[in-house]
Structure formats: structure tokens, C-alpha cells
Write a protein that binds this ligand. Structure first.
Ligand code: TYM
Length: 340
């Protein structure tokens, strides 16, 4: 079977170092070996309220960030989800395959809905069906993500499996998660036990991909630490989440191992690590930021990349949708006029 990558990112604000190290950086590396679709998932974004004008701008910004980070929009497909109607169509079908119990167990739903579940959107509950549809609409086989998406991917596998079993078919591959590298879970700079996240109210908790050098240095300087010197073994990081997080981020950005990073800073104060970490973060992000600004200054460019991506994605989705309709037993009628 053809190996095909699908992955997505929500346009719900600034991309941060967790998105970059946990996902986007791996996408750039994988694109040489796979056929890839990278999607700005605006349908997922509206499972919680989004200001329309901000959503439109964030969609462009995120697409520009992917290109600036090194995703090649000529070789690979970059598009926004709402522009390929098959995502919503297949998601509905998967809503009828997935079980309430499966979705009710999703920790992200529990976290995002909080105590006021009655007031959460139905879309937030059904979110993982749409994610399964994203991947399977193209018969995606591999899905590079950070660790927080693992449970959703297991559900996508269950949906694919149940669809195939129910209809006695092999329509869908069972997609494999690719959770790669040492920064599969980048933590908040303010609390090493919490994931770095766009929705954290404190901007000091995260490094945004668009932060300038001074802001990066300031945030790292203010990052939470503990009172001890840095350990000389990886085991010495046990029970020290902030030290583990900062050394992990450093190791990934400096393209070394955590073990090697521990050796480099053994017995030193956090301040030594923080200085080096700021330098290596700026060295990694500055070229991406230059390219990002250049891309956004050229008004129509990002939109034309997204239009081209959406067209190519629609073409790929079409035969899969036809196959699914036939398998389910939908009567396909011949239209005399092509839908727009
Ligand atoms: P999203 O937009 O929350 O995050 C995009 C990617 O960044 C990763 N990530 C992290 N990795 C490491 N440390 C962190 N602190 C961190 N925060 C985020 C995420 O794991 C993700 O890979 N539901 C998805 C988007 C999606 C999708 C898909 C992904 C929709 N359809 C189909 C894969 C396949 C999401 O909300 O990602």
C-alpha cells in the first residue's frame, strides 16, 4: 500500500515551540520520504468560539508558518480543511460508526469541556470523528503528531477498523501514529507538569514561533526552575519537571540527545542552561521568522498556495468518497450539472 502522511494543526492563535518541535519540524523531515498532506484544520477550530476575522487571519498565518518552517508547497499539499467538503461528509459517516462511549472517554474533550459539559458544542464531542475523517479521506497511513494526539489517533484506528469490519471491506488502512524525537511533549515554561499550549492564559508559558529574540530571552529567563544545580545523570531529572523540560527543549533544538545535554550542563546553575537555550532557540526560529514575514507581505501568495492545495486534495478525496458511498449503499445518481 502507498505510504501517505496526513497531519493537521489548528488555526487558533500563535503556533508555539510545542507545535514546532512536536509536529511541524518532523513534517519537514518526513516530506522527503512520503507523499504528504498538511492541513490547517479550521473545522476543528470552530468546535470552540472563534472570531471570524481572526480565524481567517490565523488560517493564513499558520499556512505561512508551515511554508516558512520548510514544508514544500509544490511537492506536498497544504490546504485548509473547510475548502474540501469531503472532510465534513466523511466525518458525518464516522459519527455513525463511532460509539458514544468511545468519544466520551477522550481526555481532551473532558479537559476542554470542563465542568460545564452541557454547554460544550456537539462538535467538540465529535471532534475525533472529524480527525479520523481527515486522515482516512486520503487513506492516510502515517500521522506525525505530538503525544497529546495519541488517544485521538487510537480512536481513528478503531473507527477505520469498525468501518472495515461492519461493511466487510478493506476500504481504509489502519493509520499509524508517528510520535518522533525527544520533544513529543513540550511543557509550559511556567509549570513543567502542564503541556505548552495555545490556550494557556499566560503568554510567558510558551515561546511563540513569532516571538523576537528579546522576547524569547525574556521568557526563558523567567521560566520556572527549582533550587538545585543541574544533575549529572538523566535519572537525576526524575521529580524535576522544569529541568527535564528545559534540557529536553535544548537537546532537540541543538540536535543532540538529552543524555548529552545533561553532560554539558552537569553541576551548573539553571542560568547557564537558560543562556544557551535562548541562543539556540533564536538561531532556530530567526530564519523561519524572516521567511514568514516575507511570505505574509506578499498578499496573495499564501492564498494561492491554499487554493492549489485544496484543489489537489479534492481530486484525491473524490474516488475515496465514491468508494465509501458505494460500500455504505448510498444510491449515487448521475448529476447533469457539475457541482461548483
Ligand atoms: P494542535 O493544533 O493542538 O497541535 C498541532 C500539533 O502540535 C502538537 N503539539 C505538541 N507537541 C509537543 N508538545 C506540545 N506542548 C504540543 N502542543 C501541540 C500536536 O500534537 C499536533 O501534532 N487535533 C489536532 C489537529 C488535527 C490533526 C488531524 C492531527 C486535526 N486533524 C489529523 C493529525 C491528523 C490538534 O488539535 O492539534
Amino acid at each position: 500500500m502507498n505510504q501517505r502522511i496526513f497531519s493537521g494543526v489548528q488555526p487558533t492563535g500563535n503556533l508555539h515551540l510545542g507545535n514546532y518541535l512536536g509536529a511541524i519540524r518532523n513534517w519537514v523531515k518526513l516530506q522527503d520520504d512520503y507523499e504528504c498532506l498538511f492541513c490547517v484544520v479550521d473545522l476543528h477550530a470552530i468546535t470552540v468560539w472563534q472570531e471570524p476575522e481572526k480565524l481567517r487571519q490565523s488560517t493564513r498565518d499558520v499556512a505561512a508558518a508551515l511554508i516558512a518552517a520548510g514544508v514544500d508547497p509544490k511537492e506536498q499539499i497544504i490546504f485548509n480543511q473547510s475548502q474540501v467538503p469531503g472532510h465534513a461528509e466523511l466525518a458525518w459517516i464516522f459519527n455513525c460508526v463511532a460509539r458514544m462511549g468511545w468519544l466520551g472517554r477522550m481526555t481532551q474533550f473532558k479537559e476542554k469541556a470542563g465542568k460545564d459539559r452541557e454547554n460544550a458544542s456537539v462538535g467538540l464531542f465529535a471532534y475525533p470523528s472529524l480527525m479520523a475523517a481527515d486522515i482516512l479521506l486520503y487513506k492516510g497511513t502515517h500521522v506525525p503528531v505530538g503525544e497529546d494526539q495519541k488517544q485521538h489517533l487510537e480512536l481513528a484506528r478503531d473507527i477505520a477498523q469498525k468501518f472495515n469490519n461492519d461493511f466487510k471491506t478493506e476500504t481504509f488502512p489502519i493509520p499509524e501514529p508517528l510520535i518522533l524525537g525527544t520533544s513529543t511533549r513540550v511543557m509550559s515554561l511556567k509549570d513543567g507538569t502542564k503541556k505548552m499550549s495555545k490556550s494557556d492564559p499566560s503568554d510567558l508559558s510558551r515561546i511563540n514561533m513569532t516571538d523576537d529574540a528579546d522576547t524569547i530571552a525574556r521568557k526563558i529567563k523567567k521560566a520556572k526552575t527549582d533550587p538545585d544545580l543541574l544533575p549529572d545523570t538523566v535519572q537525576g531529572l526524575d521529580g524535576r519537571p522544569e529541568a527535564r523540560n528545559l534540557l529536553g527543549i535544548y537537546a532537540t533544538l541543538a540536535e543532540t540527545t538529552v543524555d548529552q545535554a545533561v553532560q554539558t550542563f552537569a553541576g551548573q546553575q539553571f542560568s547557564a542552561l537558560k543562556t544557551e537555550l535562548s541562543d539556540v532557540a533564536v538561531a532556530n526560529l530567526a530564519p523561519i521568522q524572516d521567511e514568514y514575514r516575507r511570505l505574509l507581505a506578499d498578499k496573495g501568495h499564501v492564498d494561492s498556495v491554499l487554493a492549489d492545495g485544496a484543489e489537489r486534495a479534492r481530486t484525491m478525496a473524490e474516488p475515496v468518497l465514491r468508494e465509501v458511498q458505494d460500500v455504505i449503499g448510498f444510491l449515487r445518481v448521475k448529476l447533469s450539472r457539475k457541482p461548483t
